[in-house]
Design a protein around this ligand. Structure first.
Ligand code: ADP
Ligand code: MG
Length: 733
C-alpha cells in the first residue's frame, strides 16, 4: 500500500550574496494511489521545486512529506537513493537522455541500476507501451523530440515506479506531439500515480483527474482534494528490498563509453602522456643505473662462460705527477685464499703465468707468425697455463675434441687459438704455411716456445721448448662478440670496449690458455725455468682465478660486487689490493662508467621533474573528463544511481585509462631503454646493456599514474556528489 502526504511544506533557496527566494510556502495536500494529478501554475511558482522534493532530488526546509508512513525527514542518503531508485520515475522537459547511447541502453540503464538481472524483457515491454517497438537499436540523438520524450517515459516506467513525476513533459514539443504524450501518460495513470507539472491550463483540465494550482509557492486551488485519511502510525512499515548496486560489468561499460566519448581528445592525451611517462621511465632507468647490475646483465647478455678475477693495486703516484697508478698484480697464495672467502663459487681454477723476472720479454707462441701477422698476435699467443682434467671440462660446460695430455710435453689448445690457425694457417719452425680447416688438421702438430736462457752477466742464448697438440678445447668463446677481433676488422688503434674486453679475456681468461696435465706447472715448467734462469720472485705465479658461472643473477651480482668495491674505494685510500672481476662484461661497463655516473645524477632530477609534470597533466585531464560528465551523473542520480554507483563508473573509466597508460608507457620505456643501450655502444660490435627496465621503473610509472588519476577523479567526483542531483542536472553546480 502506498500513500503520499504533503504537510505544510516549506522551501527557501538561499545563496550567498543573493536575496532568499521562498519557493514553497506551506504546501499541503494528499495524493491518491493512481490517476493523473496536474500541478498548475505560472513559471516560478514553485512547481519544479515541489516535484524535485517529492522525487528526492532536492531537500526541503520545513513541513514534511510522508511516504508510506515514513517521514522524508528521517530519510538517510541511502533511503533517498532507494526512494529514487525504486519508487519514482522522472520525466523532464528536456528529456535528459544519454544521447550517445541507444534507446535500448537508455531504458535498460534504469533496470540495471536496480538489479543484477538483465532487463531485456522489461525494456521491450516498456518500449512497446510507448509505441517504440523496433527502435531499440537507434541512437537517441537520431530521434525526433516526441520520440525522445517517449523514450524518457519508457525509461521512467520500465522499473514500474509507484509515482511518475513529469516536469513540463510537453514543454519542448509542438501541440500535436504534446497531445500524444499526454494520452500516453493518461494511459499509464490507469494503474500508476502520474504527477504532471504544467502551466498549460487547457491540457490540465482536459487530462487531469485532479488539478492543484500553485501561486507564489502556495496552493490556491485543488479541484478534488483527497481525504486526509492516513497518519504516520496507521501504516505498516515497508518491507525493504535487498539493496542492490550497479553491476560491475555495467559500471565498466558505462565507464568505457564515457572514456571514448571524445576519441580525438583521448588520443591526444594518450600521446602526450606516453611522451612524459616514457621520459619518467627512461630517466628512472638512468637514475637507477647500478654498475653491479649492469655487469651482471652483461654477463648474461654475452653468455660469459666463467668469471675471471684478477688483483689490482692502486698506488699514489703523486710524486711522479700522476694522480693514481694502477698495477695489475699477481695473486699470492694468501690472496688466493682470501678471494675464495669473498666469492662463493663451485670451484676455483688458477691461471698460471710466467715469473716476469725469469723470462726476458713476453711469452709468444710462434715467433714467425707474430712477425708476419703482428696485427693478430693476440690470437696466436698463449697467455697462461691451466692444468685441467675431465671434471674441469664438465664443470665449465666445455667440450674437448681429441685427447687429454698424458705427459708434460703434450698440450691442448683452446678453440680461440684454433680459429687463428684456421685464418692464417699453421707454419712449422723452418717450414712453409699449411692450411688448417678442421680440428684434425692441427691435432698432432707441434708448437715451440722460445725462451732466453741466462748464461751469465749479459750472456744468454735462446732455447726452444716444444709441445705436441693432442686436442682442442672449446671454451665457449662468444664468437659473435669477438668476431671482429678474431678475424679481420680489429686493429689495435681502435681500442674500444670490445678490444679491451678481448684483451681481458685473452690475457686473464681461458681463451688463450695452454691446457696441460695436472702437475705441469710446479713439477715440470717451474723447475725447467729455474734451470735456465738464476732466480724467481714467486713460487706460484697466479695471473688470475677463474670460476664457472653458476647460481644465476644473484650469484652474478655478488661476484660483480667484488669489482664494485674496487671502484667505490678507488679514491678513498692510497694503496690497496683489490680483486677485480675482469672480462667482457666488466670492460664494456667500465668503458662507459663516467658517462653513466654523470647521467645517473642528471636523470635522477629529470625523473623527478617529469614525474611531477606527468602527474599534473594526467590530473588536469582526468578531472576535466569527470567534470564534463556532470550532467550524465545527474541523470544517473535521478534514475536512482547511488553515490557508490557513480564512484564505480568513474573508477571503471579511469581504471581502463590507467591500465592502458601504464601498459603502453611500460612498453615505450622498455623499448627506449633498448634504443639508448644500442646508442651508447654505437660503433661497437657488441651491444651492451646499460639501462634496463625493471620492476622499479614499472612501480614508478604505475605510482605516478595511479596517484594522479586517483586525485584527479576523487576530488571532482566528491564535489559533484555533494551537490544535490537537481542542481547537477540543471547545470547550476
Ligand atoms: P517553476 O518550476 O514553477 O517555474 P521553480 O520551482 O523552478 O518554479 O522555482 C521557484 C522559485 O525558486 C523561482 O523563483 C526560482 O527562480 C527559484 N529557484 C528555483 N531553483 C533555484 C535555485 N537552485 N536557486 C535559487 N533559486 C531557485
Ligand atoms: Mg519549472
Amino acid at each position: 500500500m502506498k500513500s503520499i502526504s504533503i504537510r505544510n511544506l516549506n522551501k527557501t533557496y538561499r545563496a550567498k550574496g543573493c536575496a532568499d527566494v521562498p519557493a514553497l510556502r506551506g504546501v499541503s495536500f494528499d495524493l491518491p494511489e493512481k490517476g493523473m494529478v496536474f500541478i498548475l501554475g505560472k513559471s516560478g511558482c514553485g512547481k519544479s521545486t515541489l516535484l524535485n522534493v517529492l522525487g528526492g532530488l532536492d531537500n526541503f526546509d520545513g513541513g514534511d512529506v510522508i511516504i508510506d508512513g515514513r517521514s522524508m525527514k528521517d530519510f538517510s542518503a541511502k533511503d533517498t537513493d532507494r526512494h529514487r531508485n525504486e519508487k519514482v520515475g522522472f520525466v523532464f522537459q528536456e528529456n535528459n537522455l544519454l544521447d550517445e547511447y541507444t534507446v535500448e541502453r537508455n531504458v535498460g540503464l534504469a533496470v540495471e541500476l536496480q538489479s543484477e538481472k538483465d532487463g531485456g524483457d522489461l525494456v521491450a515491454a516498456a518500449l512497446k507501451s510507448v509505441d517504440l517497438e523496433g527502435f531499440g537499436d537507434r541512437k537517441c540523438n537520431r530521434l525526433s523530440g516526441g520520440q525522445k520524450q517517449r523514450v524518457a517515459i519508457a525509461r521512467a516506467i520500465v522499473k514500474k515506479p509507484e509515482i511518475l513525476l513529469c516536469d513540463e513533459p510537453t514543454g519542448a514539443l509542438d501541440s500535436d506531439t504534446g497531445e500524444e504524450i499526454f494520452n500516453l501518460l493518461k494511459k499509464i495513470s490507469n494503474d500508476t500515480l502520474v504527477i504532471v507539472v504544467s502551466h498549460d491550463r487547457e491540457s490540465a483540465e482536459k487530462y487531469g483527474d485532479r488539478v492543484i494550482e500553485l501561486k507564489d509557492g502556495q496552493v490556491i486551488s485543488d479541484s478534488a482534494p483527497a481525504e486526509t485519511k492516513l497518519t504516520e502510525t496507521e501504516t505498516e512499515p515497508e518491507v525493504r528490498k535487498k539493496s542492490c548496486g550497479l553491476p560491475a560489468k555495467r559500471a565498466f561499460s558505462i565507464g568505457a563509453s564515457f572514456l571514448i566519448a571524445r576519441p580525438v581528445r583521448l588520443a591526444l592525451c594518450i600521446i602526450i602522456c606516453l611522451l612524459t611517462f616514457t621520459c619518467v621511465g627512461v630517466s628512472d632507468s638512468f637514475a637507477s643505473y647500478n654498475r653491479e647490475k649492469a655487469i651482471a646483465d652483461n654477463l648474461v647478455k654475452y653468455k660469459t662462460p666463467y668469471y675471471i678475477f684478477t688483483q689490482t693495486s692502486v698506488y699514489d703516484l703523486a710524486n711522479l705527477g700522476v694522480e693514481f697508478g694502477y698495477i695489475k698484480n699477481i695473486f699470492n697464495e694468501t690472496e688466493y685464499e682470501r678471494l675464495k672467502t669473498l666469492v662463493k663459487c663451485d670451484r676455483y681454477d688458477k691461471v698460471n703465468g710466467f715469473p716476469i723476472n725469469s723470462i726476458n720479454g713476453s711469452f709468444y707462441t710462434i715467433e714467425e707468425l707474430r712477425v708476419r701477422h703482428d696485427k693478430y698476435d693476440e690470437t696466436l699467443s698463449f697467455h697462461g697455463i691451466v692444468e685441467f682434467d675431465e671434471s674441469f671440462v664438465s664443470d665449465y660446460g666445455f667440450t674437448l675434441y681429441g685427447e687429454y695430455p698424458q705427459s708434460y710435453d703434450e698440450i691442448v689448445i683452446p678453440d680461440y687459438m684454433f680459429e687463428g690457425f684456421k685464418t692464417y694457417g699453421y707454419t712449422p719452425k723452418d717450414g712453409t704455411a699449411q692450411t688448417v680447416s678442421s680440428y684434425d688438421d692441427i691435432i698432432g702438430k707441434t708448437l715451440s716456445h722460445k725462451h732466453r736462457a741466462q748464461l751469465g752477466e749479459g750472456n744468454y742464448e735462446y732455447e726452444y721448448w716444444t709441445y705436441k697438440i693432442v686436442g682442442v678445447l672449446d671454451t665457449n668463446v662468444n664468437k659473435k662478440v669477438y668476431d671482429r677481433v678474431m678475424y679481420k676488422e680489429y686493429d689495435g688503434n681502435k681500442y674500444d670496449a670490445i678490444g679491451m674486453a678481448d684483451n681481458a679475456m685473452t690475457r686473464y681468461g681461458l681463451q688463450e690458455a695452454m691446457f696441460t696435465a695436472k702437475g705441469f706447472y710446479q713439477d715440470y715448467f717451474v723447475p725447467k725455468l729455474q734451470q735456465i734462469n738464476n732466480y724467481r720472485e714467486t713460487d706460484d705465479y697466479i695471473v688470475s682465478v677463474v670460476c664457472p658461472i653458476t647460481g644465476g643473477k644473484k650469484a652474478m651480482l655478488q661476484a660483480a660486487r667484488i669489482h664494485e668495491r674496487y671502484h667505490s674505494e678507488l679514491n678513498a685510500e692510497n694503496r690497496y689490493n683489490y680483486f677485480m672481476l675482469t672480462g667482457d662484461a666488466q670492460e664494456i661497463v667500465d668503458y662507459k662508467d663516467d658517462t653513466m655516473d654523470l647521467c645517473k645524477t642528471i636523470f635522477f632530477y629529470t625523473a623527478l621533474g617529469t614525474s611531477v609534470i606527468s602527474a599534473l597533466f594526467v590530473l588536469y585531464y582526468v578531472s576535466g573528463v569527470v567534470t564534463e560528465k556532470k550532467r550524465q551523473v545527474g541523470i544517473l542520480r535521478s534514475l536512482g544511481a547511488s553515490k557508490g554507483d557513480i564512484f564505480k563508473i568513474f573508477a571503471a573509466q579511469n581504471g581502463i585509462f590507467a591500465g592502458g597508460l601504464i601498459a603502453l608507457a611500460t612498453v615505450f620505456s622498455a623499448v627506449t631503454d633498448v634504443i639508448i643501450n644500442s646508442y651508447l655502444t654505437k660503433g661497437y660490435v657488441a651491444k651492451a646493456v646499460f639501462l634496463s627496465f625493471s620492476i622499479r621503473q614499472f612501480a614508478v610509472l604505475a605510482a605516478v599514474a595511479i596517484l594522479a588519476i586517483a586525485v584527479g577523479v576523487i576530488i571532482p567526483v566528491i564535489k559533484i556528489l555533494r551537490a544535490k542531483p537537481v542542481d547537477i542536472i540543471s547545470g547550476r553546480k
